[in-house]
Design a protein around this ligand. Structure first.
Ligand code: PLP
Length: 452
């Protein structure tokens, strides 16, 4: 009973909407699929066709679609106060309550929250904060940022520079000499003959050597996702994050854990840093699952130590001149509060801890298809890497467009999965049941078999 003029929508969109991340070699022909409604783990296009949402919108719709409680919480907040500035000495009830809740959920001394409207803005803002922090400490040369090849941190000029996915920068400029990349800690692609343990040692040495090469007095921050998302769902070797933090601490480099994807249950805990990886970062940046996509919101969680430096009153005029009109937007914060309330009430993290290993095991059943090279990831953040030869790990030629073809075939069969080069990535709503996992994996099996 859906009532959309799908053809008119398709045309308006194609002719007027400049889409993010779009391949214009095909866009003007194909246009966009119009996703009009959602319910649980399913979305519906404007013609009413149902799909399993294997990507959770974009790694973000953690509690699933169509939650009436969420709609009511947003409407209620809009009635009370739709917006008010939180600059200087102003706040709103949801902004205050959510900050306290996030401080309670965050690991260790991350007790201070700065709001943004998304992940890029969180990462962009923290770079400015940390430079400000070191300026206040009189360490004015500490400015450089270290990040990893294939890390993804956003799409602003600075965060696209911090991003280490080469493909994402083609044709664009970056900020020279501010950001330096070390190799991706991808165990699947480690040098031949090296054990995962030796590879882990090498990755840590890469970080320490880079700090020494740049001069510790010049290095301010290290950015890392607990599990790299857009760069190919890369789980680093065991102990990597904890050891990387020790290296950072040795040289007074702030460890920024980018939990834009891994936060809010995707790996079975509200935050993955400490609970999944035994890492106590100096900062967590997050977004996406904080509201499950019901509103745009991002947050930076700062340690007491950083907060104490940046909040010390200094000479006249030296205030923290950083903020966005929509920092702490009350409707977005109300969405965050209700989202967390639902997650806690339904023990969504517990569900992910139970169903996540099953999901991975079911995906591993695809190893009987010869083009499946690697199934990796954790809990509700998984991917399949397709290869021409499993033994040599040689890739299929780019013109095979294997990721795209499989995802197109899957979509025809009623599931949306995300192609990234020769990978297909899965990050569904966290409410997915085992039976729904079976449905999704069966569609991927059929699609991959047809694509071979
Ligand atoms: N950091 C990570 C790890 C991400 O995956 C993303 C987006 O996918 C971002 C940052 C950027 O977030 P946003 O797209 O909300 O700006």
């Amino acid at each position: 009973n859906l009532k959309y003029d799908s053809k008119a929508l398709w045309r308006m969109d194609r002719d007027h909407y400049v889409h993010p991340w779009t391949d214009f070699s095909t866009f003007k022909e194909t246009g966009s699929d119009v996703i009009a409604e959602g319910d649980g783990i399913y979305v519906f296009d404007a013609d009413g066709k149902r799909y399993i949402d294997g990507i959770g919108g974009l790694w973000c719709v953690n509690i699933g679609y169509g939650r009436e409680e969420m709609a009511q919480a947003l409407a209620e907040q809009a009635r009370r106060i739709c917006y008010y500035s939180t600059f200087t000495h102003l706040t709103t009830p949801p902004a205050a309550e959510l900050a306290a809740k996030l401080a309670q959920l965050a690991p260790g001394p991350l007790n201070h929250v700065f709001y943004t409207t998304g992940g890029s803005e969180s990462n962009d803002a923290i770079a400015r904060f940390i430079a400000f922090y070191f300026n206040r400490l009189g360490k004015k040369s500490k400015k450089k940022i270290i990040a990893r090849t294939d890390g993804y941190h956003g799409s602003t000029l600075l965060t696209a520079t911090i991003t280490g996915v080469a493909f994402d920068k083609i044709g664009f400029d970056t900020i020279e000499d501010l950001v330096h990349h070390i190799p991706c800690p991808n165990p699947y692609r480690r040098p031949e003959g090296m054990t995962v343990e030796e590879f882990g040692d090498q990755c840590i040495a890469d970080l320490e050597n880079k700090i020494l090469e740049l001069g510790p007095e010049n290095v301010a921050m290290f950015f890392a996702e607990p599990i790299m998302g857009a760069g190919g769902v890369i789980v680093p070797p065991p102990g990597y994050h904890k050891r990387a933090k020790e290296v950072c601490a040795k040289y007074e480099v702030k460890y920024i854990s980018d939990e834009v994807v891994t936060g809010f249950g995707r790996l079975g805990h509200f935050f993955a840093s400490k609970d999944n990886f035994d890492l106590q970062p100096d900062v967590i940046t997050t977004a996406k699952g904080i509201t499950s996509g019901y509103q745009p919101l991002g947050a930076i969680l700062l340690s007491d130590e950083i907060y104490d430096v940046i909040s010390v009153p200094q000479e006249k005029g030296a205030m923290l001149t950083n903020g966005f009109t929509y920092s702490g937007h009350p409707i977005a914060c109300a969405a965050g509060l209700k989202n967390i309330e639902i997650m806690e009430r339904e023990d969504i993290c517990g569900h992910v801890r139970e169903v996540g290993p099953y999901f991975k095991k079911r995906l591993e059943s695809l190893y009987d298809l010869p083009i499946v090279g690697d199934v990796r990831g954790s809990h509700f953040m998984l991917c399949v890497e397709f290869v021409a030869d499993r033994k040599t790990k040689a890739l299929l030629p780019p013109e095979a467009a294997i990721g795209n073809r499989i995802s197109r075939l899957a979509q025809e069969r009623g599931a949306i999965i995300r192609p990234i080069g020769h990978l297909n990535v899965m990050s569904p709503p966290l409410t997915m049941t085992k039976a729904q996992v079976d449905d999704l994996v069966e569609i991927i099996r059929q699609s991959a078999t047809l694509a071979m």
